[in-house]
Design a protein around this ligand. Sequence first.
Ligand SMILES: Cc1cc2nc3c(=O)[nH]c(=O)nc-3n(C[C@H](O)[C@H](O)[C@H](O)COP(=O)(O)OP(=O)(O)OC[C@H]3O[C@@H](n4cnc5c(N)ncnc54)[C@H](O)[C@@H]3O)c2cc1C
Ligand code: FES
Length: 323
Amino acid sequence: MARVKTVCVDAGSEFCPCYLAELNECITCSHLQGKGFCDCGNIGICIYQEYIWCGSKKKATRGVFPAKILEKHPLSKKAVLLKLKVSKKLARQLNEPGAFVFLREKHMPHYFDAPMSIMNSSEEGGVILIAIQIRGIKTKTLKNVGNEVLLKGPYWNGILGKAFLKQVAGENCLVVAKGISQAPAVLVVNKLIKNNNNVEIILDKGNLGKIFVDGYLDRERCSIVSLDLMSSSGREYLEQKLSDRNLRLVFSAGPDKLHLEILEKLAVLNPEVLLAVTNNTPMVCGEGVCGSCSVVLENGLQIRACKTQVDVRKAMERRVLRD
Ligand SMILES: Cc1cc2nc3c(=O)[nH]c(=O)nc-3n(C[C@H](O)[C@H](O)[C@H](O)COP(=O)(O)OP(=O)(O)OC[C@H]3O[C@@H](n4cnc5c(N)ncnc54)[C@H](O)[C@@H]3O)c2cc1C
Ligand code: FES
């Protein structure tokens, strides 16, 4: 059976090669999987060469940083928006679709780390925005944080189908964002606008009960529609948009149920459309080590979804994306 090319989101970054290379478990490089040949498919950098140049060792690992809370705004009874001060370098690294960090209350141990998407990042000021929905044990400790949190990052695999977001230019794109997942949609919309795409954004307040990103979107350069995707008029509107023959890309930000609904509609109405989605896989270490994000693909290959870019449709086939 042909080997499925798996690309690590960290490949070529300052964190590559990592522990996985030292253990012959590299996601991308076949040499660093213990095989005597190269079949990475020319990804533009040679991880094996980097590894040898580093003295057959990994490069830097991600650090944990204290981040000062500059502002804290309640979004609803169960959600809060944090404005955090970080280094300019980290803000630059996080200014990309799919960027996220692990956040925890500063007195809590490392197993309280919760993955949180970057909603906005100002590189000049070294300021990032994160919207947190209070759901369970980890996020409850973030509800009443004092003046500082602990942050681990940067991480980049918060979106599956990232390559599509980079490659589309001058096209028609639809962004559908629901509930707290409005947050990761902001950097996506900015990127699509920067590449001269026509962007329509459908926002659904979902169980959060609030639209909170419209003030961060460039209204002059995109159109925004607020609706309830569960209502019959909302479903009808979405279906009409998804069937547009001029549509090139859809970004779905929300629960896997939303991704699945869009995927199924596209399969019937417009199968050529590119699809990117938020990566909702449970993540603990983010480093491809702990295995909490492990998924077995159709060909039996086990991937670590925290670092591996997977085709969204393949992921769906194997229910990588949960209900
Ligand atoms: C890449 C990524 C980006 C995210 N961005 C945001 C964000 O911007 N804002 C936000 O409010 N939430 C975000 N989440 C979800 C957030 O991490 C979880 O809601 C949080 O970890 C729940 O932890 P808990 O202990 O409070 O709740 P729990 O009661 O433990 O869980 C509540 C729900 O969150 C899921 N969850 C629990 N632990 C994790 C975990 N370690 N990784 C992923 N999901 C988990 C569970 O499957 C369950 O559906 C993101 C998740 C991922 C993977
Ligand atoms: S979150 Fe630990 S391996 Fe992916």
